[in-house]
Design a protein around this ligand. Structure first.
Ligand code: XIL
Length: 327
């Protein structure tokens, strides 16, 4: 285990505790442990990395500890199609080259999302017009990375937060102009552009369980419908952002809820991935040893679910270090 090589600026403590690794095998890394089990463990490449703004050991640690990668922001709609039909894949290419050179699985994030959409999209009105924009974006983007991106978040965060069991009806240029049809279409277009890529629906609060009015319950119903209708979905991503582990009571039991959800998806032949795991603290608080222990415990519980459920493939944390976390 490479604990001794970590500097104070780069803290993998929680993830290390999570996997329950001992200091025994000198060559053991998170990556080697995952590979022995046929699993993928990963972290974003931070936006600073794309600009060359991270210290040297960041990349070294990223390469040795992880075998799956995703870009924090660089493959989102506003980054890849900043003006209509003018695509910029420079950063995406940088990521897939890095993945290839280092033998990593690559995730693409994200094709149809209400957020980080460039201004020009919001100025387009009309169902057919918006459908054409989304189709073109998906065909060009997935087509460009065909064979290089193993798995796409085709649709991200399309469900409401208001416990009303429904699609996000406010603040989504896609839903407001097209309706729910945009989701089905997005999967079909992505599959056509790269038939070998795995295709996910990705969302947050999934780990809160499939109880009445829950997001996970609604997603499960939709996945059943998609599977029954032959929509080419292969995976669901649970973002799993636990923003404040010291007060977030709702997260007690979350790993068990996620396990239950994984089992439900398994019945449908669908994978579950943990795509953006964070276990954070409210900013500005003094973090105690007990807080860190609880943080490690939560990473560990999600890791147990990940290793024990056969239809889980990816355990991805949203940042190598708390130092550069969006939270
Ligand atoms: C976040 C990035 O980490 C930030 O840098 C950016 O400012 C906003 O987006 N759900 C997602 C991710 O699917 O794309 C988000 O990433 C975090 C929440």
């Amino acid at each position: 285990m490479k604990i001794t090589q970590l500097t104070s600026g780069v803290v993998l403590t929680a993830a290390l505790v999570a996997i329950g690794a001992s200091v025994a095998g000198a060559q053991e890394t998170l990556r080697s442990l995952a590979e022995e089990r046929g699993r993928y463990i990963g972290a974003i490449l931070n936006s600073q990395w794309f600009g060359g703004g991270l210290p040297g050991q960041y990349e070294q640690i990223h390469k040795s500890e992880f075998n799956v990668v995703v870009a924090e922001n660089e493959m989102k709609f506003d980054a890849t199609e900043p003006s209509q039909n003018n695509f910029n894949f420079n950063n995406g290419d940088k990521m897939v080259n890095y993945a290839k050179q280092n033998g990593m699985r690559a995730r693409g994030h994200a094709l149809a999302w209400h957020s980080q959409v460039p201004g020009w999209v919001n100025n387009i009105r009309g169902k057919d017009q918006l459908l054409a924009v989304l189709k073109n974006h998906i065909e060009k983007t997935v087509g460009h990375f065909k064979g290089k991106i193993d798995e796409w978040d085709v649709v991200n965060e399309a469900v409401n937060d208001d416990a009303n069991h429904g699609w996000r009806s406010f603040g989504s240029v896609w839903f407001q102009n097209i309706g729910a049809e945009f989701l089905d279409s997005a999967f079909v277009w992505a599959h056509k552009a790269d038939p070998d890529a795995e295709l996910c629906y990705n969302d947050y609060a999934i780990e809160q369980g499939i109880g009445p009015g829950s997001k996970a319950g609604f997603v499960l119903d939709q996945v059943k419908r998609w599977v029954a209708n032959g929509i080419p979905i292969t995976c669901v991503g649970s973002q799993t952002h636990v923003e404040d582990v010291t007060t977030a009571k709702e997260f007690i039991g979350a790993p068990d809820s996620l396990r239950h959800f994984a089992k439900e998806l398994a019945k449908l032949g669908i994978k579950l991935n943990i795509t953006e795991l964070d276990v954070g603290f409210k900013s500005g608080i003094n973090v105690s040893k007990e807080d860190l222990a609880r943080q490690g415990q939560v990473y560990r519980q999600f890791m147990d679910v990940f290793l024990e459920e056969p239809n889980m493939g990816v355990y991805l944390i949203w940042g190598v270090s708390d130092k550069w976390s969006w939270l």
